[in-house]
Design a protein around this ligand. Structure first.
Ligand code: DC
Length: 224
């Protein structure tokens, strides 16, 4: 465990392997891992359950304010996201949630609430934090910032295999279109877009296994 308080940010597009890499990196360093995408997903899941108008920013922000999000660590280091105390880690991965999360991600008031929670978590502990805006907005002073990227085709292939492995029926054409749309939305939103921080190190994970990507990142951390 690093002696001092350490924040490492991992930003990048969907399917670049960030969350598996972040989890493994956190385990190697003996620090916690925060999956910020799961927070946007959790608010979306609650919104869908309560049938609120996700496009109405005020209503969505009110929901975000009254929803208690938490992280519960499993023995293998995986984090379960909890909504008002209940485990929602499977439910937040549904296709419906994935395809509706852009409302929460594009709503500045919702982002402000979640960003404040993420900052607070980061003040209390060392973290590997994975998302889109971790190095740019949430932890601008992080000791290490990485931007994890991979070719679109590789990201698409990984996502397809992942979904099939978890038993989901998936039409490759639809998935490809959904991923292209999500990339576009991630890059173009006005607040907290996916963007490489000026001082971030780019890690291209194309053709690399998870542990090889982690090795690559570890080299930068050990060098310092
Ligand atoms: O990483 P993910 O696919 O689980 O993220 C889900 C959605 O949340 C995705 O549409 C991007 C958005 N997101 C965000 O806007 N900001 C973050 N820090 C993390 C995710």
């Amino acid at each position: 465990m690093p002696a001092k308080h350490l924040i490492i940010t991992l930003d990048g597009p969907a399917g670049a392997g960030k969350s598996t890499v972040a989890k493994s990196l956190a385990r190697r360093l003996g620090i916690s891992y925060m999956d910020t995408g799961s927070m946007y997903r959790a608010i979306t899941l609650q919104g869908l359950r309560q049938k609120i108008n996700l496009a109405d920013e005020k209503v969505l922000a009110a929901l975000a304010r009254r929803t208690k999000l938490g992280f519960k660590k499993r023995r293998d280091g995986t984090l379960d996201v909890t909504i008002n105390g209940k485990n929602a880690s499977r439910a937040i991965r549904s296709v419906a949630v994935t395809n509706h999360t852009f409302y929460a991600a594009a709503a500045p008031k919702v982002r402000a609430i979640l960003v404040a929670q993420q900052k607070a978590i980061g003040r209390r502990q060392s973290l590997v934090s994975d998302g889109r805006d971790q190095g740019t907005v949430v932890f601008p002073k992080a000791q290490y910032k990485f931007y994890v990227d991979a070719d679109f085709e590789e990201r698409f292939g990984r996502r397809l295999r992942e979904m099939r492995a978890s038993g989901k029926t998936v039409d490759p054409k639809t998935l490809r279109r959904d991923m292209q749309e999500r990339d576009q939305k991630d890059l173009s939103r006005k607040v907290g877009p996916l963007k490489k921080a000026k001082d971030a190190i780019v890690i291209d994970s194309t053709g690399l296994q998870v542990e090889q990507t982690v090795d690559k990142i570890m080299k930068y951390i050990q060098k310092a």
